[in-house]
Design a protein around this ligand. Structure first.
Ligand code: ADP
Length: 382
């Protein structure tokens, strides 16, 4: 299949990341066929066709492969080995499976970064054979697979807390790493096309609370050197892995200007949501362009100097659609509210996000705008 004929794009995963591809797919004249477990999943409503099956159901993916020219991922909780058995696997998956292989397990990912000489926090494996407790606290323990939004990440402050947690989890194999006293967390979205060209978005600041992304400020207030270093890391990783598609790369920046790589998301990413409203090519369009073999272009901020994105997280269990609150949020000047249409709200669940475009001279207002959004959303004092 030559790239020019690509029409049907399969997506493994039907959450908000796939849902946000809808406009770009329409613009590029691509059909989206989505494999996702529930008919109420966000992307089921925008897909041209849905295969209702769990993400790691390789038999369902074989069915998907029969309907698609290429298959991509909105979610990395896949069964890589089973996918490898699917016919035409060399060409059908974008990014290719070999590019995902070192990334799906957090310990393997860290080891891979280290083997490339990239700066990473000190780390080691913790398991039955390597049960030594950390020698410094706080220390960070991470589930090797299936962690997201901080689920599976534990920051332990003492030997006692460590032992209790490890016993409670039943002594699993975990990634153990040093706690990085970062000044800022940074991220960059980077895409690589079918012919090897790379498109980089600006480096952004991400703000997490309890290990969950709450806000993103684009661009990050950092030195040109740090920005160049981050961009170079992104290029190196995408080229080494011969990626086709977009990746989100998360990093720590310490007060003395040192950066280290935290993790790669081999897909579109929350830190790139602002691109929907603030850039001429969104991360979703860029990813689909790469996957469909279309040329990439350097993305530009449009009609703004930057943007602040705030996640709208659930704060109660409910079936409310919060229409009134959303209308209030939309009244903020230069704001755009994105609502994922999930049928149930739960504490911490990502229900939507808002992006506020920042004009010249407004970059320093980003944090105050985020506070205003959160005051409205969570009904509290700014
Ligand atoms: P997830 O895959 O669940 O997003 P991450 O590894 O990105 O997990 O961790 C989530 C957040 O936890 C990070 O954004 C950061 O705020 C915090 N965190 C993770 N690792 C460390 C670390 N080594 N030192 C300090 N904070 C960390």
């Amino acid at each position: 299949m030559s790239d020019r004929q690509i029409q049907n794009v399969g997506i493994i995963g039907g959450g908000q990341l796939a849902w946000m591809m809808a406009d770009a797919a329409q613009k590029l004249n691509l059909n989206l066929i989505v494999q996702t477990p529930h008919p109420s999943d966000p992307a089921a409503s925008i897909a041209d066709r849905v295969i209702l099956a769990p993400i790691d159901d390789a038999a369902a993916t074989a069915q998907l492969a029969a309907l698609c020219d290429v298959i991509t991922f909105e979610n990395e909780f896949i069964d890589l080995e089973a996918l490898q058995a699917i016919a035409r696997q060399d060409t059908i998956f974008r990014p290719r499976l070999q590019a995902l292989a070192p990334l799906l397990d957090k310990y393997d990912q860290r080891s891979y970064f280290k083997s490339l000489g990239l700066p990473v926090p000190d780390f080691r494996l913790l398991d039955e054979e390597n049960p030594d407790p950390p020698d410094r606290f706080p220390a960070v323990l991470k589930a090797r697979r299936h962690g997201y939004d901080g689920y599976g990440t534990f920051i332990v402050k003492s030997q006692e807390e460590f032992s209790q947690l490890w016993e409670r989890l039943n002594r699993p194999s975990l990634l153990l790493e040093e706690f990085v006293p970062f000044e800022k967390e940074l991220a960059i979205m980077a895409a690589r096309g079918a012919t090897g060209e790379i498109a980089l978005y600006p480096v952004v600041e991400t703000q997490q609370e309890k290990e969950v992304c709450r806000r993103v400020i684009a661009p990050a207030d950092i030195s040109p050197e740090v920005s160049l270093q981050v961009s170079a890391i992104a290029q190196q990783l995408l080229n080494r892995l011969e990626v086709i598609g977009i990746f989100g790369i998360e990093l720590f920046l310490t007060r003395d200007g040192k950066i280290s790589v935290n993790e790669i998301a081999p897909r579109t990413h929350n830190s790139g949501h602002y691109t929907l409203d603030a850039c001429d090519i969104s991360q979703f369009e860029m990813h689909l362009r790469a996957v469909a073999g279309l040329p990439l272009a350097t993305p530009q901020l449009t009609n703004c100097e930057g943007a602040v994105m705030v996640n709208l997280l659930g704060y109660e269990t409910s079936h409310c659609d919060y229409a009134e609150k959303r209308a209030k949020l939309a009244e903020i000047p230069n704001a755009r509210v994105h609502w994922y249409g999930k049928s149930e709200s739960r504490p911490g669940r990502k229900l939507g996000h808002i992006t506020v475009l920042l004009q010249q001279g407004e970059l320093e207002k980003a944090n105050a705008i985020a506070r205003r959004v959160e005051a409205l959303w969570y009904s509290r004092e700014p």
